[in-house]
Design a protein around this ligand. Structure first.
Ligand code: ADP
Length: 236
């Protein structure tokens, strides 16, 4: 199967004379992988995630995700890519407080113009699967952090994305709710969802991911999917 993510010599730099904040980086991620990206603050994790999400563009190199050459897409096509191919989960949920749980989950489907009945059926299935069906008519403000993150995950999955991107998804949760979201990510991965997880939390990375890359100064310092760097990590 062709990779879900292919980065070839990707670099991102802000200062044209300076060193890139990320890369040059070459990375291939197979379908069904749960990839954890770890690294200290400022190492380039968010930059990498934003490039894969089509929220930022590389200064050089090519990025292919789910068969689309992101570095060649125009703004409208990139917006469509984000809507149709990517689901994102953030530390602080980013739910719309004046929409019900169900309407938050439905929103990305409505933006695609898909038939409303099919979207509602998918939303009902996800709300059930994620254990939040009883809250479907509630507003997010009434829910706990863990429940809000489940709503955010349901919203991220409504359009059956090729890739689920999670940026510190347990960072704002207490340990019980964090464990709950961790288990949910494990279940999604087991069900075949390709996941990229950015986290400071080594325990979360260990629990959720079957591949781990560690960034230092915008470079891949270790990659458990690459025998050369993972061997280096073991002997270090
Ligand atoms: P992380 O997510 O690992 O904390 P980031 O990807 O946010 O790291 O940042 C990587 C580097 O890029 C940091 O040194 C940061 O200061 C720099 N950086 C991020 N965004 C910008 C920007 N808009 N302009 C200049 N430098 C930036």
């Amino acid at each position: 199967m062709s990779p879900v993510i292919e980065l070839a010599a990707v670099a991102r730099q802000y200062d044209l004379d300076g060193t890139p904040v990320l890369g040059p980086l070459t990375l291939t991620v197979a379908p069904g992988t749960a990839l954890a990206v770890t690294g200290p603050s400022g190492s380039g994790k968010s930059t990498l995630l934003n490039l894969i999400a089509g929220l930022d563009r590389p200064s050089s190199g090519s990025i292919t995700v789910a068969g689309e050459r992101l570095d060649r897409l125009g703004e409208a096509a990139l917006a469509r890519y984000r809507r149709d191919r990517i689901g994102m989960v953030f530390q602080f949920f980013h739910l719309l407080d004046d929409l019900t749980v169900q309407d938050n989950v439905l929103l990305p489907a409505q933006l695609t113009g898909r038939p409303a009945a099919a979207a509602r059926a998918r939303a009902a299935e996800l709300l059930e699967l994620l254990g939040i069906a009883r809250h479907r008519h509630a507003y997010p403000g009434r829910l706990s952090g863990g429940e809000r993150q489940r709503v955010a995950v349901a919203r991220a999955l409504i359009n059956r994305p090729a890739l689920l991107l999670a940026d510190e998804p347990t960072g704002a949760l207490d340990s019980a709710a964090g464990a709950d979201v961790r288990d949910l990510l494990v279940d999604l991965h087991r069900a075949g969802q390709t996941v990229v997880l950015v986290t400071h939390d080594a325990g979360l990375a260990d629990a959720c991911a079957d591949r781990r890359i560690h960034l230092v100064d915008g470079q891949v310092a270790t990659d458990s999917g690459d025998p050369a760097t993972s061997a280096a990590a073991v002997t270090r």
